[in-house]
Write a protein that binds this ligand. Structure first.
Ligand SMILES: [Fe+2]
Ligand SMILES: [Fe+2]
Length: 132
């Protein structure tokens, strides 16, 4: 079973945002599978890097949309993005240093963060801008 199931509730009606979210869910599942499959630190670390890189690209894309459409709640939304990036980079540096390991609780945190962020903040953004 996948760590995070994609479902219609998560579809916001903005094609680029939705496509990115689907890919992020896929990467979380890939990370979960690598971890559950007992893949080594290199493989897991590589998937984690990919997840971090894609998350940053996605956040930058949303923030560009906010700027283009003069989205009123950009500041709060960007703060949420920045906090997550900070936390995940902090985790990654500890992971690289060997002081933390991947865990189900980290994956659950990512699933909960993403679900909540999509259903609240990204939904609000998608409703405020033209579908694209
Ligand atoms: Fe967002
Ligand atoms: Fe998003």
């Amino acid at each position: 079973m996948s760590m995070m199931e994609w479902n219609d509730n998560l579809v916001l009606g903005h094609s680029r945002i939705d496509a990115d979210h689907k890919r992020l869910v896929g990467l979380i599942n890939q990370l979960s599978d690598a971890m559950a499959g007992g893949k080594g630190k290199n493989v897991c670390g590589h998937v984690l890097d990919e997840l971090i890189a894609y998350t940053r690209t996605h956040f930058a894309m949303e923030e560009q949309l906010m700027a283009t459409h003069r989205y009123a709640r950009a500041l709060d939304h960007k703060t949420e993005h920045a906090k997550l990036v900070e936390e995940v980079l902090d985790f990654k540096s500890k992971y690289d240093a060997g002081t933390v390991t991947l865990s189900v609780s980290l994956l659950r945190f990512l699933v909960e963060w993403l679900t909540h962020h999509i259903l609240e903040s990204d939904k609000d953004l998608a409703q405020a801008i033209p579908p694209g």
